[in-house]
Design a protein. Sequence first.
Length: 206
Amino acid sequence: MAAFFSNLRNTILAGCALVVVILAIHFWQVGYFSLDDAFWLYFVRVLHILSGVMWIGLLWYFNFVSTPTTPSIPTELRPALGKYITPAALWWFRWSAMSTIVFGIVLAALNGYLVQAYTLDSMEGFSNSTYLMIGIGMWLGTIMWFNVWFIIWPGQQKALNIGNAYPDLTAEARAAAAKPAGMFSRVNTMLSIPMLFCMAAASHLA
């Protein structure tokens, strides 16, 4: 058992296998097997949610755990964080942000409310609270995605010299690059709260 769960790939595959079992139970219960449009719509929604959990989870890890804890780490141990752990976390962070926004846009398009959401239902005179809520959430998510890819990631890449892309930067230049990256990470943490509220409100309050 310990050997099995020590391998992340096996763990993920086991989780997927459990999903297959649950789906089999579902199809057995309803009495038919169908991979219709409703199923694929649900499948995209699950991918959107999984991506979002990874993205916001890592965002909160950086802001609730990593950043506050780093000053208390002995100086001689900090290079391991910047050289190994943070670059790996940033890889998953930025690509989960990308997959979240892509699957979210695909989901909105498949549901037929992409334009209504991104225009905050202004074309219909703000008559649909669901479109307004989901639209605000989508705009907040889009802003957060932009911050990740065009401010946070480039800044951290320079600050930590990830991939040895900036070997000649001085310590002052690295610190200067880290400052806006850290600030916009906090901005994203702030925006994540109303973003999640709007996503949930679109289904439960609208």
